[in-house]
Design a binder for this molecule. Structure first.
Ligand code: NAD
Ligand code: IPM
Ligand code: MN
Length: 361
């Protein structure tokens, strides 16, 4: 038996609902593959603010550091939206990423044949789409200094953030992306705004230099505005995309909709060493929280990514992904991916369907 310590961070909004499904799935898969999961729940985001006054209590970071992997659901909600940025739920998530050194965020967007009719785009546009967005996660404008809201001499306030990347930061995310492209279709598109931003000029230069070490990878560059347009116009041209923190945040939500719903997209956040964090791309969906309407599949697929990238258990990961395909094949759908003739299920019922599929029923 392999033993794993898993920290669970259910967070806010739909977080606890989708986390419950993922944990049920992991328990079944654990039995089937002889894996023993020791789950520890910890506080983050709004839930942590309510209980302790801070979005990332140090006890949470310690628990995460002492585990083999971290499974996170989502944070945030209306209630905390007017707090200063360093006290908001989002600060907890950013602190977790920085605290664990998780500079590489892998966000796969793959259209499943069963969901083609759930996409808002035409079948011929999305059929066969299989993209990996490699997003830099601990730098750029999210973390650059100076930052803040400052009063000027006239009394008018100014808001300020700084977009900054050093060569070493660009190089390490670049390597992750070239390696990912090598395991996939061999194409890498680097997205920046080098026509306007100096930080992007450095990004483009460094990625271009690095490409000499990866002669087998076909490298291209796009400006981010064009990349957003191309993602919707002709998404099949993309294989692997590498980009900075802010552009990656935006492009990965756009890529999500190619697959039918943001409720389908998992992600893996990895550092040079130590535990990774596995979380859906979507947020806490406060508009449907507590209503048993959330799609738990992004969370369940994040658990599969945890098995694959965090715990090196690819067979267990495959088994979960197969179960997801099976329920979709059966026509089971949550509201976000429903189309005519399919069965509308709630979050928990979707979890029950997954368990049956895992058990081969
Ligand atoms: P969101 O992703 O939470 O929701 C956007 C829309 O997608 C909503 O209509 C929502 O109902 C829907 N949606 C999202 N996930 C779904 C799911 N699993 N099933 C069905 N529908 C789903 O984005 P938002 O509304 O911009 O942000 C809400 C809060 O979440 C904010 O506080 C934001 O900061 C936070 N957020 C957190 C994370 C995270 O924890 N990683 C990511 C994004 C946003
Ligand atoms: C995401 C989210 C986060 C981000 C927020 C909630 C801090 O949008 O994980 O995509 O911007 O990275
Ligand atoms: Mn986002």
């Amino acid at each position: 038996t392999q033993n794993y310590r898993i920290t669970l961070l259910p967070g806010d909004g739909i977080g606890p609902e989708i986390m419950a499904v993922a944990v049920d799935v992991l328990k079944v898969v654990g039995k089937q593959f002889d894996l023993e999961f020791e789950f520890q729940e910890a506080l983050i985001g709004g839930a942590a603010i309510e209980a302790t006054g801070e979005p990332l209590p140090s006890a949470t970071l310690d628990t995460c550091r002492n585990s083999d992997a971290v499974l996170l659901a989502a944070i945030g909600g209306y209630k905390w939206d007017s707090l200063p940025s360093n006290l908001r739920p989002e600060a907890g998530l950013l602190g977790l990423r920085a605290g664990l050194g998780l500079f590489a965020n892998l966000r796969p967007a793959k259209i499943l044949p069963q969901l083609i009719d759930a996409s808002t785009l035409k079948r011929e546009v999305v059929e066969g789409v299989d993209i990996m967005v490699v997003r830099e996660l601990t730098g750029g404008i999210y973390f650059g200094k100076p930052k803040g809201i400052f009063a000027t001499e006239t009394g008018e306030k100014r808001g300020l953030n700084t977009m900054v990347y050093s060569e070493s930061e660009i190089e390490r995310i670049g390597r992750v992306a070239f390696e990912a492209a090598r395991k996939r279709g061999g194409k890498l598109c680097s997205v920046d705004k080098a026509n306007v931003l100096e930080v992007s000029q450095l990004w483009r230069d460094r990625i271009t230099q690095l490409s000499q070490e990866y002669p087998d990878i076909e490298l291209s560059h796009l400006y981010v505005d064009n990349a957003a347009m191309q993602l919707v116009r002709a998404p099949k041209q993309f294989d692997t995309i590498v980009t900075g923190n802010l552009f990656g945040d935006i492009l990965s939500d756009a890529a999500a909709m190619l697959t039918g719903s943001i409720g389908m997209l998992p992600s893996a956040s990895l550092g040079a060493s130590g535990p990774g964090v596995f979380e859906p791309v979507h947020g806490s969906a406060p508009d449907i929280a507590g209503l048993d309407k959330a799609n738990p599949l992004a969370q369940v697929l994040s658990a599969a990514m945890m098995l694959r990238y965090g715990l090196d258990q690819p067979k267990a990961a495959d088994h979960i992904e197969q179960a997801v395909l099976q329920v979709l094949e059966q026509g089971d759908r949550t509201g976000d991916i429903i189309s005519p003739g399919k069965n509308l299920l709630g979050c928990r019922a979707m979890g029950d369907a997954l368990i049956l599929a895992l058990e081969g029923k």
